[in-house]
Ligand binder design. Structure first.
Ligand SMILES: Cc1cc2nc3c(=O)[nH]c(=O)nc-3n(C[C@H](O)[C@H](O)[C@H](O)COP(=O)(O)O)c2cc1C
Length: 237
């Protein structure tokens, strides 16, 4: 996979695709690239649903309000922020550390302890009671100490997970582009029905976006790309 900066500048939200087959190897490369994005505490709080069969694609495209990119894509990737994956992920990392010679027992214990504290910190508790309590403690402490506020309420935990998930989305799109494919990120979908279709739990899952993947149709004329000039976007201190 070469030419990453080119892929960044070439990537456009493509609205009409032509039918192409995406091989398993390409699919794996795209998804692998997505998973290589940085994530907070390396928590990788997301799940990708690759929708590639005609039957499933038709159903998901319908829930994307029959938008043209969804209807014509070769695959639709439903990207989900998954806050229910944290325990399994840190267990997986502990197992991985145990399998490597670079980590001694003390290091592994250290990681496991930090991960546990993180999980406790992020646990909102029934009706957000723990979150409210922790919020009051953190607010009090912050009167004396310079400190950041961890995500405490469920909404905040989702917001936290969505940051890492969005980075994975961008990786996915750039990887697809550099592999000769095109994409369109979409937030125009019926979240409630799509969640139900995928069997997601409102407690742990939130759909961040659906990414249409395919090959741009020859007939589709891409409008020119506009961005604010840098000085309107950047503050240099
Ligand atoms: C979070 C997000 C949601 C979007 N939702 C849609 C969508 O539902 N339908 C669509 O056609 N394009 C959607 N887009 C694509 C944007 O319209 C597009 O990226 C923007 O106009 C800039 O165009 P460019 O990506 O070609 O530079 C979305 C983009 C993002 C980042």
């Amino acid at each position: 996979m070469n030419g990453i900066p080119e892929a960044i500048f070439q990537r456009r939200a493509v609205k009409v695709f032509e039918p192409v087959e995406i091989s398993e190897a390409t699919r794996e490369q795209i998804l692998n690239a997505a998973c290589h994005a940085p994530s907070s505490f390396n928590s990788q709080p997301y799940r990708f649903y690759w929708v590639g069969t005609t039957k499933e694609k038709t159903a998901v495209a319908k829930l994307c309000m029959r938008q043209m990119p969804a209807e014509t894509a070769s695959a639709l990737v439903v990207v989900v922020a998954d806050i229910g994956s944290l325990t399994a992920t840190s267990r997986g990392q502990v197992e991985w550390m145990r399998s490597r010679s670079e980590f001694n027992e003390a290091k592994i214990r250290d990681y496991a302890r930090t991960a546990k504290i993180g999980r406790i910190l992020f646990m909102p508790g029934p009706f957000g009671i723990f979150a409210a309590l922790k919020w009051a403690i953190f607010r009090l402490l912050s009167l004396w100490k310079t400190m950041g506020m961890p995500p405490l309420f469920r909404r905040d935990v989702f917001k936290w997970a969505m940051k890492s998930t969005s980075l994975a989305c961008e990786n996915l799109m750039i990887a697809a582009e550099s592999l000769g494919l095109n994409t369109c990120p979409m937030e125009g979908f019926d979240g409630r029905r799509l969640s139900k279709y995928l069997g997601l739990s409102a407690r742990y899952h939130e759909i961040v976006m659906v990414i249409a993947v395919g090959k741009k149709s020859q007939a589709y004329v891409q409008p020119p790309q506009w961005r604010r000039p840098l000085e309107a976007t950047v503050t240099i201190l």
